[in-house]
Design a protein around this ligand. Structure first.
Ligand code: FAD
Ligand code: SIN
Length: 547
């Protein structure tokens, strides 16, 4: 039980999400003001918790900030915001150093962290804790949050919609101001009023059937921001990780890129090593290249997976370097020092999101965003491995600081807006939509996205998904504005529909291939027309904006 469930309460800074971004933001904001952090399930459940490979940081002796920036921008395929990248890479060094000071027990070699290699990095620059870097990172941050009196944590609190003064939007006075959220806490819909609000709700992998993401990743923050009129950007860029475990009965589980970084090779069902055909860097080619190559090999061999082979390493090395992967695969009967690992690509990371500047401000006053739900432009069209945790630490800290500063300028009592009475399409499904139907709707969204808005896309497929999404919306019949829905799964379904629409519309608009967005009908990049970003809002179709 949460000790104090009320119909509404106030805080200075409200943070939604307990991954690396939300936790780091809470610590930064709490240096200045009182903070409430809410999270959908438990404090420990997040994408961050499952992060394996590590955190990229230019700390190795042969490395430089300039090289890390260069690698990041190359991976981003011409769409990175260079100022934001410079900030992430340079501020990332003190952020990681501080994490070590706070007790992160990463792997060491002599007097330096043991840096590992991942795809498209020109240096070994990934600090890690075996293959459980995320758990180590969240453990350290959570302990610090728990020890900070000014941070009040509310678990099992599901944010539904932002509370905004939509009248300002309607009257053409900008995008309005955010004053907190409505949320479900202990089956009650409540209001949490805040002088400043930070969305740190993470990713949306669960809108696809194959994904590395845990169940919480249904894109709630993207959808809530979009419904509130926020500017969303780069939504066509979904990263597919080449290697998720493909085993009957096993859950979605990532096999870290670090396995290939340590020499793992990819084989098709015929036992042929194939990556050399597709890219000079072989298994360490960019993720989009490896994912498409695997998909092609699966097609050529008419087999539903390929295999990852790390059997040339000793059993001791594997169990020490990849303890989580080897223990998990063992549970399903594989000894990866002897057996090949069946893998295929899965949705992994969203490069796009809520448009923010480097101060993490969104287009709505009083609303900040950081981590995977935000888009500062650091990842461009494709994220470099292990740059996400770095982004969370850097921009999480910036968000916390900036939100606290903004809160200090606000009146003691912000306006008390009624729940969902803000002119937004706070749509939820009719209460009699049975649980079974909700699961079917979720599956239908996932299947159409996988089929047409996945690793490879084309105009006809994208159009057909738009029709399917419209049909799903209509078949729900009365997708109505209601203020009393308390069913989390139902609201997640609406959120999934919202993000599916944003991704599909943006992917249809970009008639070229770049980074993680591959259009079979426009297979090459077109710099002259498309070195631009795509902006989308709820009320406006996709439009291009300059870098
Ligand atoms: P998350 O860590 O996902 O946290 C989001 C939080 O918001 C969660 O607590 C969630 O419960 C909460 N939330 C969501 N919706 C709501 C709601 N409606 N109401 C209330 N709370 C809500 N990146 C790297 O840099 N290095 C790696 O090694 C790496 N490995 C990865 C391995 C896996 C298996 C996965 C899935 C991702 C990996 N990534 C890695 C990516 C990286 O982990 C994520 O991008 C990053 O952790 C996102 O952090 P975040 O704080 O933005 O969101
Ligand atoms: C991995 O360990 O392969 C994931 C790393 C990342 O997503 O950055």
């Amino acid at each position: 039980m949460n000790p104090e469930v009320r119909s509404s309460w106030d805080t200075d800074v409200l943070i939604i999400g307990s991954g690396a971004a939300g936790l780091r933001a809470a610590l930064a904001a709490s240096e200045h003001t009182d903070v409430t952090l809410i999270t959908k399930t438990t404090l420990t459940e997040s994408n961050t918790h499952y992060a394996q490979g590590g955190i990229a940081v230019a700390m190795n002796l042969d490395d430089t900030i300039a090289l890390h920036i260069k690698d990041t921008c190359l991976a981003g395929a011409g769409l990175c915001d260079v100022e934001a990248v410079e900030m992430m890479v340079s501020e990332g060094i003190p952020r990681v150093a501080e994490l070590l000071d706070w007790g992160a027990n990463f792997d060491w070699e002599g007097t330096l962290p043991r840096f590992t290699q991942e795809a498209a990095h020109s240096r070994r620059r990934i600090v890690h804790k075996g293959d459980a870097t995320g758990r180590e990172t969240t453990d350290v941050l959570i302990q610090r949050v728990r020890n900070t009196e000014r941070i009040h944590v509310l678990q099992n609190a599901f944010a539904i919609d932002l509370l905004t003064d939509a009248d300002a939007q309607k009257n053409g006075e900008g995008s309005g101001t955010c004053y907190g959220v409505s949320a479900i806490v202990e089956e009650q819909v409540v209001r949490i009023h805040a002088k400043a609000t930070i969305l740190a709700t993470g990713g949306l992998g669960r809108v696809y059937p194959c994904t590395s993401n845990p169940q919480i990743a249904t894109g709630d923050g993207f959808a809530a921001a979009w419904r509130a009129g926020c500017e969303m950007i780069d939504m066509e860029f979904v990263q597919f990780h080449p290697t998720t475990l493909f085993l009957d009965g096993a859950p979605n589980f990532l096999i870290s890129e670090a396995v290939r970084g340590e020499g793992g090779t990819l084989l098709n069902i015929r036992g042929e090593r194939f990556m050399g055909k597709y890219h000079e860097k072989g298994e360490l080619a960019p993720r989009d290249v490896v994912s498409r190559a695997i998909q092609n090999e699966m097609h050529l061999t008419q087999f539903p997976c390929v295999y990852l082979d790390i059997t040339d390493k000793t059993s001791d090395f594997i169990h020490e370097r990849f303890p989580t992967i080897s223990a998990t695969t063992k549970r399903y009967g594989l000894d990866i020092s002897i057996d090949l690992i069946p893998v295929r690509p899965g949705a992994h990371f969203m490069m796009g999101g809520i448009r923010t500047n480097t101060d993490t401000q969104t287009s709505i006053q009083g609303l900040y965003a950081c981590g995977e739900v935000a888009c500062t432009g650091v990842h461009g069209a494709n994220r470099l491995a292990s740059n996400s945790l770095l982004e969370c630490l850097v921009y999480g800290a910036r968000a916390g600081r900036n939100a606290a500063t903004f809160a200090s300028t606000q009146p003691a009592h912000p306006p008390k807006l009624p729940i969902l009475d803000n002119g937004q399409t706070s749509a939820t499904l009719s209460t009699d939509t049975a649980e079974m139907e909700i699961e079917e709707i979720k599956s239908a969204i996932r299947e159409t996205l996988w089929e047409n808005v996945g690793i490879e896309r084309n105009g006809a497929g994208l159009q057909s998904t738009l029709t399917v999404l419209q049909d799903i919306t209509e078949s729900l019949g009365d997708v109505v504005t209601r203020s009393d829905t308390k069913d989390v799964s139902t609201i997640e379904t609406v959120n999934m529909l919202n993000v599916a629409l944003m991704i599909t519309q943006s992917a249809l608009a970009r008639t070229e291939s770049r980074g993680a967005h591959y259009r079979a009908d426009f297979p090459t990049p077109d710099d002259a027309t498309w070195q631009h970003r795509i902006l989308i809002t709820q009320d406006n179709p996709p439009e291009t904006v300059p870098l």
